[in-house]
Design a protein around this ligand. Sequence first.
Ligand code: GLC
Ligand code: GLC
Length: 814
Amino acid sequence: MKFGYFDDENQEYVITRPDTPLPWINYLGCQAYFGIISNTAGGYSFYRDARLRRVTRYRYNNVPHDFGGRYIYLRDNESGEFWSPSWQPTRHDLENYTCRHGMGYTVIGSRYQGITAHTNYFVPLDENLEIWQLTVTNQRSERATLSIFSSLEFCLWDAQDDATNFQRNFSIGQVEIEDGVIYHKAEYRERRDHFAYFACSDKVEAFDTQRDALVGPYRSWEKPLAIECGRLTDSVAHGWAPIGAHQVDVKLAPGESRQIIFVLGYHENPRDQKFDPPDSQIINKRTLKPVIAKYRDAAKVDAAFQNLRQYWKDVLGILQVDTPDVHTNRMVNIWNAYQCMATFNMSRSASFYESGIGRGLGFRDSNQDLLGFVHMVPARARERILDLAATQLPTGGAYHQYQPLTKRGNNDVGSNFNDDPHWLIVGVAAYLKETGDVSILDEPVPYDNQPGSEQPLFEHLQRSFQYTLDRLGPHGLPLIGRADWNDCLNLNCFSDTPGQSFQTTTNKEGKVAESVFIAGLFVLAGRELADIAERRGLAEEAESYRAKAAKMESTIHEHGWDREWFLRAYDDFGRKVGSRECNEGKIFIETQGFCVLAGVGLEDGRAAKSLESVSKHLATEHGIILQQPAYSRYYLELGEISSYPPGYKENAGIFCHNNPWVMIAETRLGNGDRAHDYYSRINPSARESISELHRCEPYVYAQMIAGRDAPTHGEAKNSWLTGTAAWNYYAVTQWILGIRTSYEGLQISPVIPKNWAGFKATRLFRGATYHITIERAGEGNHIALEVDGVPIQGDIVPPPEKGRKEVVVKGTLR
Ligand code: GLC
Ligand code: GLC
């Protein structure tokens, strides 16, 4: 069953009934000001940091889950009836409800009693504000007399404190109202230099800024008292819960339309210019007023919207493909790329599954996110790499996460996740191959943000690599530390205290438990680092990195192979994890995918064996399960992985993040059919028709799909912010379609299904557009390339001579 459809032409997903199985959301903003918006207008906004600069309030664990948002009410002043065109909060029986989630905007609208109303919510480029552009049309045969109400609840900035510290917060809310603009200025009188504002393009008949005045005692947003009465109360918030609500009255002739624009924004003033006049306590609005004036003008709003559309057209235009599979096309061309932007911006901070108060930007996550983002805005990727590297510790290790506002590593989760440093090498390599910008390697970057500790980025990479060499275990495999990629494989934790964090509790010295996964990652990182060193003319270093990677590879063969698959780890007792000798958790996906992806076992048949085992033991119709058999009880020596009920999350869930590792691994063995089949099993668009089972959005990946052992096998959770976005994008574009960035040029090496006649693609790469046509002339993966009509050797298209902007590539597969 579906709840909408893809409008690929407009790059939108159109939801046609409001009661989706879960809130289906979108992101507004892609630079500094962001919002989350559900299909019924629920959600919240923030500036840069979802915790520390929350603009609007969101109540956690609410019912419904997305409740609280950017709600508009319409009131028919003749009948006294009022409703919300976005369905929530009043939940009237609307006609023609639609929610169009597009690239950086969402339009929600409907018809009720002959009145249609649509609101386009978006954040203009380069602005710290959002627009709600409402169009109301009277489709009745007689005149309509309506009141239109906007509403939102301000957050007192720190979302965590806002949700808990009532004894203080109920006394600090302050607002100003001037020309119908509502300014929220809690704490501005003391240390903050920022405030929020909420403006309206029309004559404001009345307003409210105190929540209780609008809603009324013992009522909810479903039925606000003042709206029921048809008149806001002009309340001025002193403490309690500051809100913004405007009332605009309109009379519409039959067929007449009106546009009303609401502008919600965030503004900062220089510390010495906070007040106007300077010795007053009144907000200085000089630099803001022109901004508000601009967006009260519908023509300017339309222009800003067109700019946003053009921006996304350009960004998505960098890679467009035309394959025989509609799901591949729409994910690659639209939604997967779009999701990569969201994960780059948000990391794992703010979604309906990530509260925005819990997690900063993850070191490992953000580096991996680059794989799917770097081609879109390389300059931002560069900045992110330098920020990440600056949080690296002098040991080469890394804080597990950092706060976006301060760009400092935080100790909430600490460090010693022993895979972390290698992802920096992976991220930098992706950047270099995309851009060719080797200058980044010479950028001076501090350790732990300490001034004076700056070293070239390249040295950071060297320390990342060395970090593992300094931490080898009894078998010569990397010690795991708190965990590796799998945050829940906590082999040094041994926690028996309820509520203790599995990630930060360490009861063992950590000198025994080893990770075969990190070993595979080390092999990959070592080879990437060798390639980079070579480009710096460091032939000897390159040789030594290759040698160390090769040595690790043989260690994996010696101590990390379990007859039919790669072992997962050794625990603190030196016992095997992920072995046929185990009772539960005999085989894990991570090492099968990653070792083969890194090239381990390609020559001796082990890679093929390992992937056969994946297909036999882990693959399901809904995706590949993380491990089997699921842990049926809690294992003190394994940690959080066994804390989840069987089939969920890391305990034998389908953890979509690592499915693409297997896809890439399959392409390395030349199995295009299997790679694309795995791809399709978790492709959200391909799962659209089972939306009532899948439940999450059909246009973006979820972190997890419940595994075979779960009672809800096939049900997705934790959509949007997951490494699944970048890895799937990378797997399908660079390995299955095989349009791969490399130091020497654009490599074209598809490993596609046998029954595909071919495909077409355009790729903007280092300033030139490659028009690629692939045709199948045989069943294999051997490619013969013609560039501008001339056959070339090998599969790498060299950069065109200077000044040439178009390159025509024809590939024949045999
Ligand atoms: C979450 C984390 C990621 C981790 C994964 C597996 O997605 O964000 O860092 O690798 O879980 O545990
Ligand atoms: C939990 C989750 C895991 C996530 C981690 C983040 O362990 O299961 O997926 O990576 O929390 O701290």
